[in-house]
Design a protein around this ligand. Structure first.
Ligand code: NDP
Length: 302
């Protein structure tokens, strides 16, 4: 019997003999992951219309960085059909995958592993998740030509930036605390032909005059994870009628940046919808079906 609320260990998987199709998220710490909740809700709904999914389950497994390669081998030998990776595994997994799809390599990380005969193929669904999330929240379209202001230059920012440059049409302004990480991301983006003259970077201590006072602001720094942390940038210069604020953080649900936006009447939303859409894309890769996004959303907003 599979207990989808339990945190499994690799030792548990050594003796795994469960019929049906199993999916898993690997991370450390993984105890508080919301992924099992939303994926099992989706699978239950899919099973109501297609009995193929009646014995599909999604579990969470605590895996330390040193054990990632061994974990993937073990899960493959136990016939796990798909894996999600979260902190701290997304970058290291590039060394383990057998191949990749989409922009995973340029995004520099994989969060989805899809089973092949001999191993797992890697994909990154975070960039897609960001695009769908801002469409759902604000009807903001990456192809509208409107500016994106991306805050942060780490892993999440890289996926969002590559998605916006390859799928979108507007100008991208990237702000970050440290110059070094910013430079690395700018260098990578400039290797993409579509980036030509569309990408600008600055550090938070030197905001350039030319930065447009409107557009979609996405926070992909981890600054707001601390509920007492201030917003990474001031919204004073932005036109409330032509600005939208999305924070990839969902816990706490209302960061200082989102509070500042609401105070000014700027539409604002947190990262739960990105979590849902990146998960829905993973489930689509594994199942070949269109997952019920509204069921996944409802599972996270009981
Ligand atoms: P990384 O560690 O790769 O990057 C962290 C980024 O945050 C860097 O740009 C770093 O800047 C910046 N930063 C950290 N602390 C501060 C601070 N005190 N002030 C200003 N900037 C700071 O992390 P990830 O990219 O993996 O994650 C970033 C955020 O994205 C997290 O909050 C995570 O929860 C969220 N996320 C949400 C997802 C979703 O589905 N909703 C999916 C993935 C991530 P510097 O270079 O100066 O260190």
């Amino acid at each position: 019997m599979v207990d989808t609320s339990r945190t499994y260990t690799l030792q548990d998987i050594q003796h795994w003999q469960v019929p049906g199709t199993t999916l898993a998220v690997l991370g450390s710490p993984i105890k508080h992951s919301l992924s099992p909740l939303m994926h099992n809700a989706a699978l239950a709904a899919m099973a109501r219309t297609d009995p193929t999914f009646a014995d599909w389950r999604y579990i969470k497994i605590e895996v330390l960085p040193d054990n990632l390669a061994e974990a993937c081998q073990l899960l493959h030998s136990r016939a796990f059909a798909g894996i999600n990776l979260t902190l701290p595994h997304k970058v290291q997994a590039l060394q383990i995958i057998e191949g990749h799809q989409g922009e995973a390599l340029r995004m520099g990380a994989v969060n989805t592993l899809i089973r092949t005969k001999t191993g797992y193929r890697g994909a990154n669904t975070d960039g897609y998740g960001s695009q769908q999330a801002v469409w759902q929240e604000f009807h903001f379209n990456y192809t509208s030509g409107e500016t994106m202001h991306l805050l942060g230059a780490g892993g999440a920012a890289q996926a969002i930036a590559v998605q916006f440059i390859t799928e979108g049409t507007g100008t991208l302004w990237i702000g970050n605390r440290s110059g070094q990480r910013l430079e690395n991301l700018l260098k990578l983006l400039h290797t993409i032909p579509e980036a030509k003259e569309r990408v600008h970077g600055y550090t938070f201590d030197k905001t350039p005059q030319q930065r447009p006072p409107h557009g979609l602001i996405i926070n992909a720094t981890s600054q707001g994870l601390d509920p007492s942390a201030p917003a990474p940038i001031s919204l004073d210069a932005f036109d409330p009628k032509r600005t939208w604020v999305y924070d990839t953080i969902y816990n706490p649900p209302e960061t200082a940046l989102l509070q500042e936006a609401r105070k000014r009447g700027i539409p604002a939303a947190n990262g739960l919808s990105m979590l849902v859409h990146q998960g829905a894309k993973s489930l689509q890769y594994w199942s070949g079906m269109e997952p019920p996004v509204e069921v996944m959303t409802a599972a996270l907003n009981p």
